[in-house]
Design a protein around this ligand. Structure first.
Ligand SMILES: NC(=O)c1ccc[n+]([C@@H]2O[C@H](COP(=O)([O-])OP(=O)(O)OC[C@H]3O[C@@H](n4cnc5c(N)ncnc54)[C@H](OP(=O)(O)O)[C@@H]3O)[C@@H](O)[C@H]2O)c1
Length: 286
């Protein structure tokens, strides 16, 4: 049984909830970020007495600052052994009709929220690293961090940015004993998929009458891919177990794929010549 502390963002549902419960079951002290008291209560009901939900909306600086104070008070000189930046959301639809404020809101959460919480918790991660083995930051990216598909361009841009930040920060923090790793899942059966499906339906409904015909066609193909992921995607528990392994092995590599689809797509990216790969991708959305 470990006595170490981990903070997980976006722990109300899906992957984040599974990660919080996975670490809790393994004996960690879990600080689980949620946005609503009802979600905090739901987590308390299923976790051990060690599991501590905290209100943490990553778009609110005051929440992030309060989380840093709480981490200092809770962990003391032992510091924070791990931070799992999991919270994130999607933005589906045609780039041409996406409103700038929608794109900014997505980046505020998926990139800037992740960056800000990492920044304020770094002193506590360094404190943990000074006491023994390296501390770990896991950033939940996506297979969309290495391959972009149409109608998800802002989401994938945010996840490429998460991977870019991860890989650079990994070098920056290496000497301090803080290891940063991006975990890149394929499709995972969480509420995220239903939300993405509804966003896609709404985006198709909202297309202006003069929108190119290829847009509605392409989006309906992506919509069917979401349905496939809802049937065959990884379970959030599988991703959670993977994240715990990454943390317990102190983030040995900068990126780590999870799920059969993620591994297949990673292979496609690696072995196919870029022009052939792009052609295959376009055909599959035609
Ligand atoms: N599911 C997939 O197929 C898949 C694949 C690859 C990567 N991912 C990534 O995995 C991560 C978790 O997604 P999921 O599938 O578990 O989706 P999910 O069930 O929709 O969970 C998203 C989590 O993020 C939280 N969140 C949303 N806005 C927030 C904010 N402003 N501040 C703090 N937390 C906020 C949500 O809280 P509320 O309940 O309060 O909204 C929820 O806890 C995301 O980064 C996603 O991009 C998912």
């Amino acid at each position: 049984m470990t006595r170490e502390h981990v903070l997980v963002t976006g722990a109300s549902t899906g992957i984040g909830r599974a990660i919080a419960l996975e670490f809790d079951a393994a004996g960690w002290h879990v600080l689980a970020g949620v946005r609503r008291e009802a979600d905090a209560q739901a987590l308390r009901a299923v976790g051990s007495p060690r599991l501590r939900p905290i209100i943490l909306d990553l778009t609110r600086d005051e929440d992030i600052d309060a989380a840093a104070v709480l981490v200092r008070e809770t962990t003391g000189p032992a510091g924070l052994a791990a931070l799992v930046n999991n919270a994130g959301s999607n933005l589906s639809g045609a780039f041409e009709y996406t409103r700038p404020e929608q794109a900014r809101a997505l980046m505020d959460l998926n990139l800037f929220g992740l960056a800000r919480v990492t920044q304020v918790l770094l002193p506590h991660l360094r404190a943990a690293a000074r006491r023994g083995r390296p501390a770990t930051v896991v950033n939940v990216g996506s297979i969309g961090s290495v391959i972009s598909v149409p109608w998800e361009v802002w989401y994938h841009a945010s996840k490429w940015a998460v991977l870019g930040l991860t890989l650079g920060l990994r070098h920056e923090l290496w000497a301090e004993g803080v290891r940063v790793t991006a975990v890149l899942p394929g499709g995972v059966r969480t509420p995220f998929l239903a939300k993405s499906g509804s966003q896609m339906d709404e985006a198709v409904r909202a297309l202006p009458p003069d929108a190119p015909a290829s847009y509605a066609r392409g989006m309906s193909v992506l919509r069917s891919r979401v349905a496939v992921a809802e049937r065959f995607g990884s379970t959030p528990e599988r991703v959670a177990a993977h994240v715990r392994r990454v943390v317990e092995r102190s983030g040995r590599s900068g990126r780590s794929y999870v799920g059969l689809d993620a591994h297949v797509l990673r292979l496609v990216v690696r072995v196919l010549p870029p022009r052939l790969r792009d052609w295959v991708l376009r055909q599959s959305f035609a």
